[in-house]
Design a protein around this ligand. Sequence first.
Ligand code: ADP
Ligand code: MG
Length: 264
Amino acid sequence: MSLERIEDRFDRKISELGIRIRDMDQLKVRQDVFDEITLLSLYRLVHKGYITAIGGSISTGKEANVFFGEKEDEDLAIKIYRIRTANFNAMSEYILGDRRFSSIRRTRKDIVFAWTRKEYANLQRALEVGLPVPRPIVWDRNILIMQFLGHDERPYPQLRQVGLDDPASAYREIIRFMHVLYQEANLVHADLSEYNILAGDRLYVIDMGQAVMHDHPRAHSFLVRDIANINRFFHSKCPIRDEKEIFSEVTGKELRETTMKRGE
Ligand SMILES: Nc1ncnc2c1ncn2[C@@H]1O[C@H](COP(=O)(O)OP(=O)(O)O)[C@@H](O)[C@H]1O
Ligand SMILES: [Mg+2]
């Protein structure tokens, strides 16, 4: 079925359900995001009552678009991983080394669907050990719905965009985040930086699709990179600690020189 027909059908179903979709024209133009699979997944989520309104675009990233949404009075972030323009090779490396996902088929679609499920599972694990991440609500194929972190349809700013009153305490908090994530959720974030931390009523860590189990072959080099990113951001703002010392505290292990080099 052509994209246009799917969209007609989608429009009809959406109006039957009485859902409000703002900027639907803008959505349609973006065919790289709203391909058939995505429109049908979105439709399923609407039909099941997970979404009652879809708002404007919040972010267009390398792999995913994020939209504001609502379920009745609850604000949602709707993250849609693009199937056509996904960075398939990079995603495969993170997925196939993870024993939770090692048996999936290696087609582009399957990798993107697994990635979406993986972000959901990673957020869930982090939440279960009490860490400040958006609460994941549901996933369907390449769409992840989660708690919206922000106000008035605007997300909280990224850490890089705010002036911190107490940078030393934010720095400690982020190291503690890595520690608890590693020790209690058995995960390494693997893309931790001032871009993936939102500063609202407190700090929140987002964007966990690439997070891996701590026994992933590259987990330790990803952790070294996360620590280096955080130190780079904070070094002009407060006293920072030695990277090896942070690594040992987070993992309970000594950092081997080989991991250091591969992490660069
Ligand atoms: N749960 C959320 N609540 C509010 N805003 C969000 C949420 N998740 C993502 N965003 C917004 O979308 C941006 C990109 O999200 P992110 O998960 O980092 O995707 P990407 O993979 O494109 O970097 C964030 O910087 C933030 O502005
Ligand atoms: Mg991000």
